[in-house]
Design a protein around this ligand. Structure first.
Ligand SMILES: *Cc1c(COP(=O)(O)O)cnc(C)c1O
Length: 525
């Protein structure tokens, strides 16, 4: 292939994508395929001779599109669907076309610089604290991670390292090193002062990530938090407690401050060191909210690092990233970021409600300069002449290589504009609200929690969990609409989430019609 052919074939690719979007409504939101379907369509061995583009593109429909779940189908109501705009698709072309890897500033300056600027734009648009800005003279900063899961893991490891450092600097503040002499021993001989230990063997103990210290740490999150929080804790090798959520704020599920306070006291009494709370704004099951405004002061008082997972809701407070689907853009959703000043780090997925395709998950730190020390390994081959005056994002992420994801934000905010994003977010919220109303017109249904930010939760009234599960399974087998369930404290529920920008009022009525038909087929023979 040469640039001439690239131009020719590239135009065809765009044609295919545009056609896909134009005709998506004629597809089914989920495919009718079984695991392994693809083995029958693709030969076991790679081709011996090259094939033409015509042949390959000829296979695209059967192998790829026909087997796909169509996340932007107007009848795809599962998960937190990603509402995307074409701008991010185009930005990905430029990013791939440039094919540079921005691990340090010098490795590709615009990758770092545009990310710094666009994340500052988001701080403004989402009403986040000014000190999160990269341009702010303080130590705050923002960086795009690949996913909320990465962001949470980074936050956990940052919190863990910060607490290890605190303990090492001040051993006598912890009850298991009460004695002053012992404390000096720990500080000078056992932990060393400020670098990794090279003991008599050649084994290195990382100074900030010292398992001898964090073995006693414990972190908290609500049992309504996303599975990625538990995964992050597991991978970071820290103990954790899933605190039972209470139904209170917004008549939804969230972490009660008294429950957190009690857990901290119990664990301290048992000799553990509480070090972190991961709060969620916009839980996956019911879009509940952990009230940062009330939990934050406890974290502050008890020395806990507070990370807010707003993967879904965040954007709706005109971009609020505390594990919500980023609703933070709209003024009326500002309550989602109430108490944000207590957060040490905050994350939202623009690839959920921010009209940007996967992946784009901004993460902000109140004190990024501090955090970057915990990730700093400075090999000679990465050093560059501007490293003291430029940000190197490699110090705040797991991979070294990074894509040019900020282009997606740049294109979207400049050409689509924030008003269009707000309009989209408001529409999804209104449609979910409307669905909650019209589903109740039929007395067979009841709501589980009040609709919140584009998510409605409901179930069959006076039916068991297993009936509700059969109902959900039958809906998905029917394939005209797609929903996923959830379980809260033993109750099985159905989630109806509006995300596709193509979903309109008629589609909501269509969904209800399908549900009622499926119900009658199943239960009223
Ligand atoms: C979607 C979601 C996640 C996981 O997001 P990824 O970016 O896929 O890792 C985590 N937490 C919440 C609250 C979510 O909504």
């Amino acid at each position: 292939m040469d640039p001439v052919k690239l131009r020719l074939e590239g135009k065809k690719m765009i044609e295919i994508v545009a056609n896909y979007w134009e005709e998506i409504r004629h597809r089914k939101p989920i495919p009718d395929v079984k695991p392994g379907y693809l083995n029958k369509l693709v030969p076991e061995h790679p081709p011996k001779t090259t094939e033409t583009w015509e042949t390959i593109l000829g296979d695209l429909e059967e192998v790829v599109f026909n087997g796909s779940s169509h996340w932007n189908h107007p009848h795809f109501f599962a998960y937190f669907p990603a509402g995307i705009g074409y701008h991010s698709i185009l930005a990905d072309i430029i990013s791939s076309g440039l094919s540079s890897v921005g691990f340090t500033w010098i490795a590709c300056p615009p990758i770092t610089e545009l990310e710094k600027v666009t994340l500052d734009w988001l701080v403004t648009l989402m009403n986040l604290p000014e000190y999160f800005k990269n341009s702010h003279p303080g130590p705050g900063c923002g960086i795009i991670q690949s996913s909320a899961s990465d962001s949470t893991l980074i936050a956990i490891m940052t919190a863990r390292a910060a607490k290890v450092e605190q303990v090492k600097n001040n051993p006598s503040s912890y009850k298991w090193v009460k004695d002053e002499t012992l404390s000096i021993f720990y500080k000078i001989f056992y932990w060393q002062s400020n670098r990794s230990i090279h003991d008599s063997t050649d084994i290195i103990t990382p100074y900030y990530h010292d398992p001898r210290v964090f073995k006693d740490f414990v972190m908290y999150f609500c049992d309504q938090g996303h599975s990625s929080i538990e995964k992050g804790a597991m991978l970071a090798g820290v103990r954790f407690r899933k605190l039972k959520g209470t139904r209170k704020y917004l008549d939804n599920y969230g972490l009660d401050p008294d429950v957190l306070q009690k857990a901290i006291e119990e664990d301290r009494a048992r000799g553990f060191i509480p070090f972190m709370l991961v709060a969620t704004v916009g839980t996956t099951a019911t879009c509940g909210v952990d009230e940062i405004e009330k939990l934050g002061p406890i974290c502050q008082k008890e020395g806990l690092f507070l990370h807010v997972d707003s993967a879904y809701a965040g954007e709706k407070s005109v971009f609020f990233v505390i594990l919500i689907r980023s609703f933070a853009f709209c003024e009326e959703f500002k309550y989602l970021v109430k108490g944000i000043e207590y957060a040490d780090s905050y994350n939202t997925n623009l690839h959920k409600a921010g009209m940007i395709n996967f992946d784009c998950s901004p993460l902000w730190f109140k004190n990024g300069t501090y955090a970057s020390r915990y990730y700093n390994v400075d090999p000679v081959y990465l050093a560059h002449e501007y490293q003291s005056t430029s940000a190197d994002y490699r110090h705040l992420e797991i991979p070294l290589g990074r894509r040019f994801r900020s282009l997606k934000i740049w294109f979207t905010l400049r050409n689509m504009g924030v008003d269009k994003i707000k309009e989209y977010q408001r529409k999804t919220v209104a449609l979910a609200l409307q669905f909650s109303k019209i589903i109740l017109e039929n007395e067979k249904f009841e709501l589980f929690t009040p609709p919140h930010l584009g998510l409605a939760t409901f179930r069959l009234k006076n039916h068991s969990n297993s009936d509700n599960k059969r109902f959900l399974d039958a809906i998905n087998r029917d394939r005209r609409i797609h929903l996923v369930p959830s379980m809260v404290h033993g109750t099985f529920l159905l989630r109806f989430c509006v995300g596709s920008p193509l979903t309109d009022e008629d589609d909501i009525y269509h969904a209800r019609r399908v549900m009622i038909e499926v119900y009658f087929k199943l239960f009223q023979k």
